[in-house]
Design a protein. Structure first.
Length: 450
C-alpha cells in the first residue's frame, strides 16, 4: 500500500486529524456507512478547515496517492488502497434564507440538521429519505427524494458550490462563472474538486399532506397497477413510493408481521390533500392499515425506516422506462418465490413531473425514466452470501427488458461506474472537465470508468 509523504510532519501541521494504519482510531475511521464494503485507505483525514485541505493536496502531490472525499461514508464503491479518505464533518455551517428559499450549508452537514432548521418555515429541503446522509454527498451524486417529482433531483437544486481546486484556489462557483464545472458537480462532483459548502434551492411546501396505506400481498399486483395508472395523470405536486416487504419468520419480530408479506403505498402532496387521487389506489385492494393527514418533513424524517447507524447490507437498483401489466405480474410472482426470501424489501418510486424538466444542466438525470426500483438484502453475521446474490441477480434479470438507459449515481451499487448514469459522450465530457480541473490527478476518480 502506498504511504502518505512525511506523515508525522503532516500531522503536526494539520489543525484536524490524520489517522494511519496502525493507529487505534484508524480502524473505526476507515469504514464506510455500508459495513459490507471493505476499504483500506492509506490514511483517513478529518481536516478542520480549508488550510488543512490544502496541506492534504500538497501531501498527495508528493506521494503516489489521491484524495477521496466521503463526508459521511455513504455511497462507498470499494477499494481505496491508493487514497486518503477525507471526512468533512468540520465544515458545518448552516444558514437558511427564509425570504428567498435558499440554503447555504457546509459539506459536513447531514440532512437531519437541515430538516430541523426548516421546521415551521414553509420550506422543505430536497433531501433523501434518510436524515443521516450528508447534504454534499447526496446533492453532488444526484439524489432522489420525496420531493423529486415536484422539484427535481437534489443536484437539480444545486445553485452554487464553494470549491477548493487541486491548485489551491478556493471560491464560489456557479453556472455563470463555470457552467461546465457545475454540470459535472451535479452528479459526479467529487472528481473535480473538494466542495466545502453548497448553495441549494429549497422547496416551497404550502401544505404538506401524506397518506400511508398497507395492503396484503394478495392485492399487490392490483395496487401496483392502480399506482401505475395514477402516474399518467398525477400532478407534479404528488409524490408516491411503494414498498413490498417480506418479513423473515424470526422470533425477534412481532407476531402480526412475522413471516408475512405486504405492500405499503406512501403518498406525499406538497399542496394539500390529494385524497381523491389516492382513492383509486384504496379501491384496488383491501386496506389493512391507513394513516393520512397533514404532515411535515420532520415527521417524514422521524418515520424513516433506514438505519441511523452504519450497518451491512446489499442491494440492486434498476431504473425502468415502463411498468406494464406483464412486468408487474412477474415482479409480484418473483417476490413470493421461496428462493427469493433473502430480499426483504423492494422499493418502487414514481418518477416524472419535474424530473422530466430539470431546472439546471447536470450529469445526473432521470429525464424520461418512469420508475426507480431498489431491492434490499440484509446482511447477517455468519450467514452465507450466495442466496442473496442469486436473488439480486434474478431481480436484475427480471427487470432488464424494461431497464432505462441511465440511473441516478446515488443508486449505483458497489463497483458500478458512472457509465450506467450517462452516455459515452457524457462520460467523455466528464473526463474533459476533470482534465482541466485536476490535471495532476490528485483527486480519486471515484466511479468514473477507468
Amino acid at each position: 500500500m502506498p504511504s502518505i509523504s512525511s506523515s508525522d510532519a503532516l500531522r503536526d501541521r494539520l489543525s484536524g486529524s490524520l489517522f494511519l494504519p496502525g493507529d487505534v482510531e484508524y480502524e473505526a475511521a476507515r469504514w464506510p456507512w455500508n459495513l459490507a464494503i471493505e476499504q483500506h485507505p492509506a490514511a483517513v483525514a478529518a481536516p478542520a478547515d480549508v488550510a488543512d485541505l490544502r496541506l492534504l493536496f500538497d501531501a498527495v502531490r508528493d506521494s503516489d496517492l489521491r484524495l477521496a472525499v466521503q463526508p459521511s461514508g455513504h455511497g462507498a464503491s470499494g477499494v481505496l488502497d491508493d487514497a486518503v479518505i477525507v471526512r468533512t464533518a468540520a465544515f458545518d455551517e448552516l444558514h437558511v434564507d427564509v425570504d428567498s428559499g435558499v440554503l447555504r450549508v457546509g459539506s459536513g452537514v447531514r440532512w437531519g440538521a437541515v430538516v430541523a432548521a426548516l421546521d415551521g418555515t414553509g420550506w422543505a429541503a430536497p433531501a433523501g429519505t434518510s436524515p443521516v446522509v450528508s447534504v454534499a454527498g447526496y446533492s453532488l451524486s444526484g439524489g432522489h427524494s420525496w420531493f423529486s417529482r415536484t422539484a427535481g433531483l437534489g443536484s437539480d437544486n444545486l445553485r452554487a458550490a464553494w470549491l477548493l481546486r487541486p491548485d489551491g484556489t478556493h471560491g464560489r462557483v456557479d453556472d455563470d462563472s463555470d457552467p461546465e464545472l457545475m454540470w459535472a458537480l451535479r452528479g459526479a462532483g467529487g472528481i473535480v474538486g473538494i466542495v466545502t459548502a453548497l448553495e441549494i434551492n429549497l422547496v416551497r411546501v404550502p401544505s404538506l399532506w401524506g397518506a400511508g396505506l398497507t395492503f396484503d400481498v394478495s392485492d399487490a399486483a392490483a395496487v401496483i397497477r392502480a399506482v401505475r395508472d395514477l402516474a399518467a395523470e398525477a400532478p407534479a405536486s404528488l409524490n408516491v413510493f411503494m414498498n413490498s416487504m417480506r418479513m423473515p419468520d424470526v422470533p425477534q419480530l412481532p407476531e402480526e408481521i412475522r413471516g408475512r408479506s405486504f405492500l405499503d403505498v406512501q403518498a406525499l402532496s406538497v399542496d394539500g390533500t390529494a385524497d381523491e387521487l389516492i382513492e383509486r389506489v384504496r379501491r384496488a385492494g383491501a386496506v389493512r392499515r391507513e394513516i393520512s393527514g397533514p404532515t411535515s418533513q420532520a415527521a417524514l424524517a422521524a418515520a424513516s425506516t433506514e438505519p441511523t447507524e452504519p450497518t451491512p447490507g446489499r442491494g440492486a437498483s434498476m431504473a425502468l422506462t415502463a411498468l406494464d401489466d406483464a412486468m408487474i405480474d412477474a415482479l409480484v410472482d418473483f417476490r413470493e418465490l421461496p428462493e427469493q426470501a433473502p430480499i426483504m424489501g423492494i422499493d418502487i418510486r414514481m418518477l416524472g413531473g419535474a424530473l422530466n424538466e430539470p431546472r439546471r444542466s447536470g450529469f445526473a438525470s432521470l429525464e424520461s425514466v418512469e420508475w426507480l426500483l431498489h431491492a434490499l438484502v440484509p446482511v447477517f453475521p455468519g450467514a452465507p452470501s450466495e442466496p442473496g446474490d442469486r436473488s439480486l441477480a434474478g431481480f436484475r434479470a427480471l427487470l432488464g427488458p424494461a431497464e432505462a438507459g441511465r440511473i441516478v449515481p446515488t443508486y449505483l451499487e458497489p463497483g458500478q461506474t458512472l457509465d450506467r448514469c450517462g452516455t459515452p459522450a457524457e462520460i467523455d465530457r466528464l473526463r474533459a472537465v476533470r482534465a482541466v480541473a485536476d490535471p495532476e490527478k490528485l483527486l480519486h476518480e471515484g466511479r468514473l470508468p477507468r
